[in-house]
Ligand binder design. Structure first.
Ligand code: DQA
Length: 145
């Protein structure tokens, strides 16, 4: 059984009502349902969201210990959390896939979003395809097994 943790940072639980012009109208609940439905027979997909940096880092440690694959939308932590970067580096350094995803294309937005402190240690980055970015990330982690 392969476990994929789909980890989400601050404010993503408000998907659907949060800036729909930027993030679309799919709700958080619909996203979780679509990802759970996408699990292959030998896969467990666990979708989680937190507004708390420490909790997110704890989940990355859990992924490391369980040798789980990770799809990570760090949300605003993308742009400044060196602690999250260091946690991601432990996973990719141990040969585990960590795909950074973004619903929007941060490079087409405000200047502060152009920097990701995560991308340099992630396996790869998928951004700008709306909630479809998560499904593309699923294909990406599977392609690396
Ligand atoms: C985001 C982009 C970030 O800049 C922003 O802070 C988010 C969401 C995205 O999925 O497009 O919260 O990660």
């Amino acid at each position: 059984m392969t476990t994929i943790l789909v980890l989400n940072g601050p404010n993503l639980s408000r998907l659907g009502s949060r800036e729909p012009d930027v993030y679309g109208s799919t709700t958080w609940e619909q996203l979780v349902e679509s990802l759970n439905a996408a699990a292959a027979p030998a896969e467990t997909i666990s979708v989680r969201q937190t507004n708390d940096e420490s909790e997110l880092i704890g989940w990355l440690h859990e992924a490391l210990d369980a040798r789980a694959e990770v799809i990570l939308n760090p949300a605003a932590f993308t742009h400044y959390s060196y602690a999250l970067r260091d946690a991601v580096a432990m996973l990719t350094g141990a040969g585990l896939s960590v795909v950074e995803v973004h619903i929007s294309n941060p490079h087409a937005r405000e200047e502060f979003r152009h920097t990701s402190v995560i991308s340099g240690v992630a396996t790869g980055v998928i951004a700008g395809f709306g909630v479809q970015s998560y499904h593309l990330a699923l294909a990406a982690v599977r392609s690396r097994r």
